[in-house]
Write a protein that binds this ligand. Structure first.
Ligand code: PDD
Length: 313
């Protein structure tokens, strides 16, 4: 905990209170969408009484866009609907409207993009109970998608194991991410890229990613349920494995199985698929990305190429 406090203090000392991260806003994000309007990032402001700000009372999505197309749009929108329903909010926009807002934002650049969208329970006097009637706050922006470098894909990343001290509804993509933030920071301070979380002796997921292991050629990922976010990338990997007759199971991963795995992978919309080669300072399998990873990476890249070309959705 001491080291986390130190790192936070150091990070804050380089950024004055209340000042946004200028390089992000000025260089990569131009127009954003806020409550029905496209506005320059610098002039997009929300009320200090927004429940997203006060309570973390809202949900979000992160959607990649390749070649000007929204990757797995339907799946992301379906998950957004489930998250909104779970917190008792109606979707403020119809799907076609989401589609046009997102397409307009990504049209600002030819690069592959990562879209962040957030819906909060809006502005109200501070009271934990829901306000009687309130307009949701809707905020969306796009920024260039930075996928893992070739070096990282060749060498893999290090992870640590940490106690999964989050709540019991990790299937909701909620903006209240303090446990995830602290767990990821714990990994960063340890020189690792991600924290893999353990609940009741089983690995659930990463602080911001899903997890796969491979043992004797069988790919395994934890089943969906309240303990994990139903990752869109996770589902695609399961789909690709099934389509290509790669044995794949959705079942619990005890910590011992993780430690004894031949391969460990992480995945998310922004990381895509990453090989893990170090776990708590000890090498995973042969200490380099394994053959199952190489195969899945090729399948994933091929899928993306087909998607870019408009041959897959
Ligand atoms: N996070 N699990 C958690 C806790 C996550 O935060 C994420 C993604 C995933 C992977 O889900 P998907 O494949 O749908 O991106 C799993 C995003 C990228 C984020 O918070 O930035």
């Amino acid at each position: 905990m001491g080291s986390i406090a130190y790192t936070l203090a150091k990070a804050q000392s380089t950024q004055k209170e209340g000042q946004p991260n200028q390089p992000l806003l000025m260089n990569s994000v131009h127009q954003v969408y806020l409550n029905g309007e496209f506005v320059p990032a610098q002039s997009a402001t929300i009320s200090v009484f927004d429940r997203g700000f006060i309570f973390g009372d809202g949900v979000y999505e992160v959607i990649p866009a390749y070649g000007g197309r929204l990757f797995r749009f339907t799946q992301h929108m379906d998950r957004l609907d489930r998250s909104l329903t779970a917190i008792g909010l109606e979707n403020p926009l119809v799907r076609d409207k989401w589609n046009s807002v997102l397409l307009k934002l990504i049209s600002q650049s030819d690069d592959d993009q990562s879209i962040y969208l957030q819906v909060t329970r809006g502005v109200a006097a501070r009271d934990h109970s829901f306000p009687d009637s309130v307009d949701c706050t809707v905020f969306v922006y796009a920024q260039p998608l930075v996928t893992p470098s070739t070096k990282i894909l060749q060498e893999g990343v290090a992870v640590i194991l940490a106690k999964d001290n989050r709540w019991q509804r990790c299937d909701i993509k909620a903006v209240s991410l303090l446990p995830n933030v602290l767990l990821r920071q714990q990994a960063t301070v340890s020189g690792a890229s991600e924290a893999l979380l353990v609940r009741d002796g089983k690995v659930t997921e990463g602080a911001a990613s899903n997890v796969f292991i491979v043992k004797h050629g069988v790919v395994v990922t934890p089943p969906k349920g309240p303990a994990i976010l139903p990752g869109i990338t996770r589902d695609l990997i399961v789909e690709l494995a099934t389509e290509n007759s790669i044995p794949c199971r959705e079942e619990d991963i005890p910590v011992g199985a993780l430690r004894g795995a031949d391969e460990v992978w992480l995945c998310s919309s922004t990381k895509e698929i990453l090989p893990v080669t170090v776990l708590d300072g000890t090498q995973v399998g042969a200490g380099q990305p394994g053959p199952a990873f190489e195969r899945m990476l090729q399948l994933y890249k091929h899928y993306k190429d087909e998607f870019r070309a408009g041959r897959r959705n």
